[in-house]
Design a protein around this ligand. Structure first.
Ligand SMILES: [Zn+2]
Ligand SMILES: [Zn+2]
Length: 318
């Protein structure tokens, strides 16, 4: 149940001289999923919602769009692929090589349940925000590190001024929260047919739609099910041929005008709209300032079987 009114409002609450970073909590689902839909139990997955909010993370913090703990001994990655600024389709122009930009940095302690490679405790994801390839996707890189081996830190370069601004996140602190998910777009047609009558009955009674309100979390998250905007496209590993695992979804928005009803955290249920109801388009809606195509998402996958953990990626939008 929403309980924002009982919790302190704002970024931080002060308890004596100690500053407490406020966490974020997704409300409990209004229905007991596994009693209503026991068939979903084998498809249950845990994800980590990052709940980014604008802030000033340092290179030592977990962050979205913040500076990275990057070793001075390693050159900053530069994308040398053929690419375009597709932010204005009609005037798409070839763009020069550009330094990649930080997307996500997460310490293992902030990512419960996400399988880090042995000996690594930091995940770093960067991408080049220009358009690449047939589907005009940003091109990501994934780095796993051992923080204790980083040594001197290379300052994170400022993003090049000419980069398409909505295609990479502004600096945000994160409030990781583990949540349980069930397949939305990834629900098989067979199981959807089995559950259809119960989905309809629940919707008739509560107005809640399984896919929007109850299945997989929207927004930027690790693990769980990809927050697809369109039909799923799971990449296969080129090394071993098996389907890759979902590592990270970077969505443009944390929720939309429907999904906020169940996914807006308790702590953000404080803003009122002009009619005195709750706002869904307040500061929690698009904290990183992203607009990936038409409010789409970028999905990053990895093969956890092949030792070098190759990655795959996909981009879609509505
Ligand atoms: Zn590029
Ligand atoms: Zn593989």
């Amino acid at each position: 149940m929403p309980s924002g009114a009982l919790r302190p409002v704002g970024w931080m609450s002060y308890l004596g001289s100690k500053v407490l970073l406020m966490s974020r909590h997704t409300p409990d689902r209004p229905v007991n999923m596994e009693s209503f839909f026991p068939e979903l139990l084998p498809f249950r997955r845990e994800s980590v919602r990052l709940h980014p909010r604008p802030g000033s993370p340092t290179c030592k913090d977990s962050s979205v769009g913040g500076p990275l703990l990057w070793p001075a001994a390693e050159p900053w990655p530069v994308c040398r692929e053929e690419h375009y600024d597709d932010s204005m389709n009609s005037t798409s122009q070839p763009q020069p090589a550009a330094p990649m930009v930080p997307i996500v940095q997460i310490h293992r302690a902030d990512a419960p349940g996400i399988p880090f490679p042995e000996g690594k405790d930091l995940l770093q994801v960067l991408w080049c925000p220009y358009s690449h390839g047939e589907f005009c996707y940003p091109l990501p890189q994934v780095h796993w590190r051992d923080c204790s081996a980083v040594g001197d830190v290379l300052p994170t370069p400022e993003p090049a001024a000419e980069l398409p601004r909505n295609w990479y996140p502004g600096p945000c602190v994160v409030h990781p929260e583990q949540v349980t998910e069930y397949p939305s777009w990834d629900l098989s047609d067979e199981l959807r047919d089995v559950l259809r009558d119960r989905f309809d009955a629940l919707s008739g009674e509560t107005g809640l739609l399984y896919s929007y309100h109850l299945a997989a979390a929207p927004g930027i998250k690790l693990g769980g099910y990809p927050g697809w905007t369109q039909d799923p496209v799971w990449p296969d590993c080129e090394g071993c041929g098996s389907r890759m695992d979902h590592l990270l979804t970077v969505s443009s928005w944390e929720f939309d005008g429907e999904s906020w009803r169940t996914w807006l955290p308790d702590e953000d249920r404080t803003d009122e709209n002009e009619w005195g109801g709750q706002r869904w388009d307040g500061p929690a809606h698009n904290p990183a300032g992203l607009c990936l195509g038409d409010a789409g998402g970028v999905y990053i996958f990895e093969c956890r079987t092949c030792p070098e953990r190759p990655i795959g990626h996909w981009f879609d939008c509505s």
